[in-house]
Design a binder for this molecule. Structure first.
Ligand SMILES: NC(=O)c1ccc[n+]([C@@H]2O[C@H](COP(=O)([O-])OP(=O)(O)OC[C@H]3O[C@@H](n4cnc5c(N)ncnc54)[C@H](O)[C@@H]3O)[C@@H](O)[C@H]2O)c1
Length: 246
């Protein structure tokens, strides 16, 4: 039995990295997918290749930091599939620099996409989500503190607070809200980290390697399935043990 048969899932930032891996795993588990991204060509390619393998997926251009675009994306999902059962708030960005050099622009952009984007997608999906629905947000190992990521770390800590609060607000409707906190995941985002820093980061992982994106997809699947019906308000670190060693 496929774990997401009959379910409709929205995945943000599905054009690359973790979002793409989650889209492919969810399709294999029978979910109907609304895949959104600002990078429209990438997300269309992911949707197309899922359809070519017999899955159901639509691609939508959507900047999660824009309330109008999020509202339209949720509406299009309902028009295409009739229901929403799962939201994976995965879209996220970095603009790393030490605090003296960080301007308002880098602060605001990261907050807008990572924190406000998670709030907006949750707000408009929660208005439509089915009873028993699941939301999985994305925090990070950087919530434990990381030089050069004050904007990113603060945005992701905000995501944990939002997760706990939405878990309490929607528990009566039997909606579970959790988040995953990835460590160093082998995606285009990690590839942007300068080589020396990346190597030092990977050396600190007790399990000894950068984590393949499909491992975060598996955590998304668990938290989106009936296996997690009594888990809510939690943050699951998928980091090869990195947070334990800190
Ligand atoms: N890669 C890592 O090591 C790592 C570690 C911790 C947390 N994370 C988090 O995991 C999530 C996915 O990361 P990834 O490594 O796959 O990143 P990625 O950069 O490889 O992919 C992110 C996708 O999100 C899209 N996106 C960016 N801004 C958007 C916006 N405003 N609206 C919609 N889509 C947007 C991008 O176009 C891209 O396709 C992010 O929230 C990130 O912060 C990643």
């Amino acid at each position: 039995m496929r774990k997401l048969e009959g379910k409709t899932a929205i995945i943000t930032g599905a054009g690359a990295g973790i979002g793409e891996a989650t889209a492919r795993l969810f399709a294999a588990q029978g979910a109907k997918l609304c895949l959104c991204d600002v990078a429209v060509e990438s997300v269309e390619k992911v949707a197309e290749s899922i359809r070519a393998e017999g899955g159901e997926a639509i691609a939508i251009k959507c900047n999660v930091a824009s309330a109008d675009e999020v509202k339209a994306m949720v509406q299009k999902t309902i028009e295409a599939f009739g229901h929403i059962h799962i939201l994976i708030n995965n879209a996220g960005i970095t603009r790393d620099m030490l605090t003296p050099r960080m301007g308002e622009e880098e602060w605001d952009l990261v907050m807008d996409v990572n924190l406000k984007g998670t709030f907006l997608c949750s707000k408009y999906v929660l208005a439509k989500i089915e009873k028993g629905g699941k939301i999985v947000n994305t925090a990070s190992i950087a919530t434990l503190g990381n030089p050069g990521q004050s904007n990113y770390s603060a945005s992701k800590m905000g995501v944990i607070g939002l997760t706990r609060t939405h878990a309490l607000e929607y528990a009566r409707r039997k909606i579970n809200v959790n988040c995953v906190a990835p460590g160093a995941i082998d995606t285009p985002m990690l590839a942007k980290v300068p080589e020396k820093m990346r190597e030092a980061m990977i050396e600190r992982i007790p399990l000894g390697q950068a984590i393949p994106p499909v491992e975060i997809a598996k955590a998304h699947l668990f938290l989106s399935s009936d296996d997690a019906n009594f888990i809510t308000g939690q943050c699951l670190f998928v980091d090869g043990g990195m947070s334990v060693g800190i």
